[in-house]
Ligand binder design. Structure first.
Ligand SMILES: Nc1nc2c(ncn2[C@@H]2O[C@H](COP(=O)(O)OP(=O)(O)O)[C@@H](O)[C@H]2O)c(=O)[nH]1
Ligand SMILES: [Mg+2]
Length: 304
């Protein structure tokens, strides 16, 4: 299946939960009145667009109605489509690969798809001809480094690891030395994400940061926060915490396949202000993609 078809299929449930319901509301409404706004608001909140973002969308529609750009209910969906497309497009520029190595720190809570994402991204950049390395700085579980090693083989990436329980910052130090010596183009750093203890998480990430800065002052060049789309509003809360403890420059939104909560893409950009840069739509190595707002909006809003 071509990627766009997979994206569309992945967004089937979101489309049913979002676009189709709005379309039904629109075709069942004779006029844009307070009842209409109220029902639309409820639909948006239920589609995980988020309360604040829903408020902004409703305000935008009210303003458009006032300007008489929108006069009939059936103009609301095209208006929303254009608005979302415009807003999602801001700041999505992806990491520039320059400097030896470009360091990409990957953070997020357990199970969201950090290791998988690194595997996919590593494979992607290997195919483009870059020399890729992985640092297994999730030393909390032995299985984490094993899992990264398997992805390393698939992605043709060298994996730097140490024994279970060793200091994550020491792994990062090793990996940076090795990446410089071997002239790697990109170093991905996999981390553990134990959010239960915010103080520990903060301390661990701060230490990793210090080690990176000491070796390469302008690194990390990107800090990617991985969020699981199926967790809906919870993902928003995680984003708020990680933004406090790390300087997040982009979001990777995983598991967009088969979730009805795809509206979260809009909420992340509007409420946290961090652009979504990559999306994951499955467990396979090719099941991900640079986030293209127009493509996303097309898959979400358009019938075919
Ligand atoms: N369906 C689906 N599963 C995913 C996606 N990304 C990761 N996973 C799965 O989510 C689970 C946890 O992923 P993992 O990379 O180990 O998460 P980590 O703990 O953050 O490193 C694994 O079973 C992955 O195969 C995705 O985009 N779609
Ligand atoms: Mg992991």
């Amino acid at each position: 299946m071509a990627f766009f078809e997979r994206l569309r299929a992945g967004l089937d449930k979101t489309r049913k939960n979002f676009t189709d319901k709005i379309a039904a509301l629109v075709s069942g409404s004779a006029a844009i009145n307070e009842d209409f706004y109220e029902e639309l608001e409820a639909l948006l909140v239920m589609a995980d667009v988020g309360v604040n973002t829903t408020g902004k969308l409703i305000e935008a529609i009210r303003a458009a109605v006032k300007r008489r750009e929108v006069t009939e209910p059936d103009q609301v969906l095209p208006f929303l489509r254009a608005y979302v497309s415009e807003r999602l497009g801001e700041g999505v520029a992806r990491t520039k690969i320059s400097g030896t190595p470009t360091v990409i720190l990957v953070v997020g809570v357990n199970g969201v798809g950090k290791t998988t994402t690194i595997g996919k991204l590593g494979h992607y950049y290997s195919l483009l001809g870059y020399k890729v390395m992985f640092a297994a700085a999730d030393t909390f579980r032995a299985a984490a480094a094993d899992q990264l090693a398997i992805w390393g083989e698939r992605a043709k990436a060298t994996v730097v690891r140490q024994a279970e329980g060793s200091d994550p910052a020491a792994v990062v130090f090793d990996a940076l030395q090795s990446a410089k010596a071997k002239q790697a183009d990109i170093l991905f750093i996999d981390t553990a994400g134990r959010l239960q203890n915010k103080a520990n998480l903060m301390e661990e990430l701060r230490k990793i940061h210090r080690v990176i800065k000491r070796e390469i002052p302008d690194a990390p060049h990107e800090t990617l926060l991985v969020l699981d789309a199926t967790t809906g509003q919870n993902a928003l809360n995680q984003a708020k915490v990680f933004q406090e403890v790390a300087d997040v420059s982009g979001v990777v939104l995983t598991k967009l396949d088969g979730t009805a909560k795809g509206g979260i893409v809009v909420a992340i950009k509007e409420e946290i202000g961090i652009p979504v840069k990559w999306i994951g739509v499955g467990e396979g190595v090719m099941d991900f993609r640079p986030f293209e707002p127009e493509e996303f909006v097309k898959a979400l809003f358009d019938k075919e």
